[in-house]
Design a protein around this ligand. Structure first.
Ligand code: KG4
Ligand code: ZN
Length: 350
């Protein structure tokens, strides 16, 4: 079980953080890497004491996607309110907090700066440690919230920017078994959603529409790759575009629900097949889903069905799938992908 010494910012007093720390660790975390401004307080990496998310969806609908400059400005407007609400919901004060944490990357630099600087300022003002968190590790840690999950397990990280199969050997030891060689799965969802004329945020809207369509209406291709655990979604995206153009010529009305359902069927069966194979290859019986796309109804259904075959399947509650700060606090506690100095800077890519 890991435990690490973090120093308070002003007096440099040592503070032990991690599962082996003798004291309760209460972590206040901030997330602002993309289009949600979030703050949360989590006890010992698992018990959520408050969870506040201010979404920018309404603002970005107008533009059909996230505009980085606009996102950063919105974070700036929301951040103080969100922090105040997180304290209020929990009934705790700054003195009760063991450490402050914030996402430092990957993400939009202007947006990350807002959350990270707020986190550092809180740490400085209250003489507590500051912990910088890697957003991707945090998505995986969302599975620790309100559960008793422990490594080892295989994680499928599916988000707007990433698609990875990760072997999580311990809280700190991870190995990427496979990943996308082009588009991330969330990106593919958002692009195909736009092609069939669905509004931002594409993924969740495509998911809803797919539930009303025939998943076997159209056959879309699956990429063949050298590493059988890698993914490629750019060919699927092009095939979807070609199908849509063909149908537009042939039919008076585009069968949007059938296209959505066929796309979703293709993606969800590819994920299931590859992850199951990867898990079997290392004798792993526990599989966890993580990231915004883990909120997808069909992906969850297909993976949960593996429980009948003796697998343990975890997926975060819906509200912890998409970006939130509770997962950042959990990651800071379990020390997965953390950076422990006030000098840490934001980064846009891995
Ligand atoms: O993890 P996340 O909130 O942000 C990143 O770290 O990227 O993931 C956002 C992605 C977006 O591409 C969004 O369209 C997708 O997750 N998403 C979904 C669903 N809900 C969110 N994709 C498919 N089905 C959903 N239900
Ligand atoms: Zn995310």
């Amino acid at each position: 079980m890991p435990v690490k010494e973090f120093r308070t910012v002003v007096t440099e007093k040592p503070v032990l953080i991690g599962p082996d720390s003798k004291d309760d660790n209460i972590i206040f975390a901030i997330e602002s890497s993309c289009d949600e401004t979030a703050a949360a307080i989590v006890k010992n990496g698992r018990e959520v004491l408050s969870n506040v998310v201010a979404s920018q969806i309404k603002t970005h609908i107008e533009f059909g996607g996230v505009v980085p400059e606009v996102a950063a400005r919105e974070h700036l407007e929301a951040i103080n309110l969100v922090i105040a609400q997180a304290f209020e919901q929990s009934g705790l004060k700054a003195e009760d907090i063991t450490a402050f944490a914030a996402t430092v990357g990957p993400g939009l630099v202007g947006s990350l700066l807002v959350g990270m600087n707020a986190g550092k300022a809180l740490a400085l003002a209250h003489d507590k440690p500051f912990i910088g968190v890697n957003h991707l590790n945090a998505h995986v840690c969302a599975n620790f919230l309100n559960t008793d999950l422990e490594p080892p397990f295989v994680a499928l990280l599916i988000s707007g920017g990433h698609t990875q199969i990760i072997e999580v050997k311990s809280y700190l030891e991870q190995k990427i078994i496979g990943e996308t060689i082009d588009d991330a799965i969330g990106e593919a969802y958002d692009k195909v959603a736009r092609l069939i004329g669905l509004p931002y945020p594409g993924g969740v809207n495509l998911d809803k529409l797919a539930q009303t369509g025939n998943p076997f209406a159209f056959k879309l291709p699956e990429a063949k790759l050298q590493n059988e655990y890698d993914f490629s979604f750019s060919g699927l995206k092009t095939a979807s575009l070609q199908l849509i153009n063909k149908l537009k010529k042939e039919k008076s009305e585009l069968p949007k629900a059938d296209i959505a359902a066929s796309f979703q069927e293709n993606v969800s069966s590819t994920l299931l097949k590859k992850v199951k194979k990867a898990a079997d290859s290392i004798d792993a019986k526990t599989i966890v889903l993580a990231g915004g796309v883990a909120a997808n109804s069909e992906i969850r259904k297909k993976f949960f069905a593996l429980r009948d075959n003796g697998y343990k399947i975890y997926a975060p509650e819906m509200k912890y799938c998409t970006d939130n700060a509770s997962m950042i606090a959990s990651s800071a506690y379990f020390l997965a992908g953390t950076m422990d100095s006030l000098d840490v800077e934001v980064f846009s890519r891995m």
